[in-house]
Design a protein around this ligand. Structure first.
Ligand SMILES: Cc1cc2nc3c(=O)[nH]c(=O)nc-3n(C[C@H](O)[C@H](O)[C@H](O)COP(=O)(O)OP(=O)(O)OC[C@H]3O[C@@H](n4cnc5c(N)ncnc54)[C@H](O)[C@@H]3O)c2cc1C
Length: 408
């Protein structure tokens, strides 16, 4: 530690004990930092707004295999007129479905075992970053307190207080997600399903994900402009009553429902003097799947060693945080932009008739082979680029969209 550093109560205060806040707290506490996690709710992992998909890579980092409800080998993807594209291989796990409550609790518990402190029923109401620390006023169990920390990290989700308070910009896109938990859907074991079409999920897709004990999560996501005045629940009912698929949903019984935002597109400035944003607060969800847990983990993993050294020397000015984070964050942002451009090109900006045409291409055995070889939920860009290069019907489209953005 730098002897010249001011006396602070904490080295790092993290606002938000979700999966990303919990994981960041664990990695920093493991490096000897005095970490305080603030969570506004009285328990971890509630309210629940997630399909619960966790990639094997993200799972490996936390090892919470006992929170897995189902293993998923692949996806049965349905075009607007019913063309089926099966992606995946039986017996080869592509992703896990977890209980988010247990997963979030597990991640936060790991941080506490590493030495982090958790305050429930706590949220900041005022913060001021000065030359040597951040002074935070907060409420803890209804009592106002003032604490000092070297670094404040906002892991406080899509509507981040930290991001708004420090005027750190907005995520590029804010998708709306809606989901029900049901019993009575007859799914193919170990496979999830995706449904597309403008009446169901304009520009995006709906999903049915097995979640253990005979239950499934049925959800969909889209953007306000694409919904064009329609409510997300209307789209949900269009899926349940779709002439092609209504039989599958005829016997379902709903046990729960949720609605939540999916922020995607990293904010312009995820760092300021002594303040950093991670996870949904920074707009890290994937534009192609909406998954935000893996990218949030990746964001902190890539900088934690340098960040911990900077905390030791209390050198946490905006320019030093920029030095630490810029190249890693910029690479992630570039990947997000390319994935979004490819998604728009192949799915989001297509009328149903074009989407049907694309599905006819995707359904060809040689293309399914290509998807299975190169396809990776974590890294959709290489697959998208291969599709544009190798499928003659897509080449023209790539030119139209501007090769520069996609191949840069
Ligand atoms: C319908 C839907 C389905 C999804 N499906 C998936 C999926 O299958 N896989 C996946 O990876 N992602 C999915 N996501 C996205 C995923 O839920 C998020 O990306 C992920 O939870 C982000 O983690 P986080 O820790 O950054 O934020 P959050 O999980 O939002 O956690 C933020 C925490 O901060 C707390 N908090 C907020 N404000 C304050 C405050 N002012 N003071 C103190 N505490 C505060 C909150 O209570 C919460 O505990 C889905 C999202 C939706 C809406």
């Amino acid at each position: 530690m730098d002897d010249a550093s001011p006396s602070t109560d904490w080295d790092v205060v993290i606002v938000g004990a979700g999966p990303v806040g919990g994981h960041a707290a664990n990695l920093l506490a493991q490096r000897g930092q005095r970490v305080l996690l603030l969570e506004e709710h009285s328990e971890i992992g509630r309210p629940f707004q997630c399909a619960g998909l966790v990639t094997p890579n993200a799972m490996k980092q936390v090892g919470l295999f006992d929170t897995i409800l189902e293993e998923v080998d692949g996806a049965l993807i349905h075009g607007p007129s019913g063309t089926l594209v099966p992606v995946g291989t039986s017996g080869k796990v592509r992703t896990y479905v977890v209980c988010r409550k247990l997963f979030d609790e597990g991640v936060v518990k790991q941080s506490m075992l590493s030495g982090a402190t958790l305050w429930l029923n706590s949220k900041p109401i005022h913060a001021e970053a000065n030359d040597d620390c951040v002074v935070i006023k907060l409420t803890n169990e209804g009592v106002e307190k003032e604490i000092k920390t070297k670094l404040l990290i906002g892991c406080d989700g899509a509507h981040s207080w930290t991001r708004r308070y420090f005027k750190m910009g907005k995520p590029k896109e804010l998708m709306i997600g809606f989901q029900t938990e049901v019993v009575g859907y007859k799914n193919r074991e170990r496979w999830l399903e995706m449904y597309s079409g403008s009446s169901i999920a304009p520009g995006f897709f709906a999903w049915v994900i097995p979640s253990g004990n005979d239950s499934c999560r049925i959800g969909l996501w889209s953007t306000a402009d694409r919904l064009d005045g329609k409510s997300i629940e209307e789209c949900y009912h269009s899926l349940l009553n779709h002439p092609l698929w209504e039989d599958r949903f005829a016997d379902i019984k709903e046990t729960a429902r949720y609605c939540g935002p999916v922020p995607s597109g990293m904010v312009k400035k995820p760092y300021k003097n002594r303040v950093l944003l991670l996870g949904d607060a920074a707009g890290m969800a994937k534009p192609t799947t909406g998954g935000g847990i893996g990218p949030g983990f990746e964001q902190i993993n890539g900088i934690v060693d340098k960040l911990s050294l900077a905390i030791d020397s209390n050198n946490l000015t905006e320019s030093n945080l920029k030095n630490i984070a810029k190249s890693h964050f910029e690479k992630m942002k570039k990947d997000q932009n390319r994935a979004r451009a490819l998604r728009n090109l192949l799915v989001s900006d297509c009328e149903d008739i074009e989407l049907d045409h694309n599905f006819e291409q995707f359904a060809k055995p040689e293309i399914i082979n290509l998807i299975n070889q190169i396809g990776d939920i974590e890294k959709p860009v290489p697959l998208g680029m291969a599709l544009l290069r190798k499928v003659p019907a897509f080449r023209k489209m790539a030119l139209k969209a501007g090769m520069k953005l996609i191949f840069s």
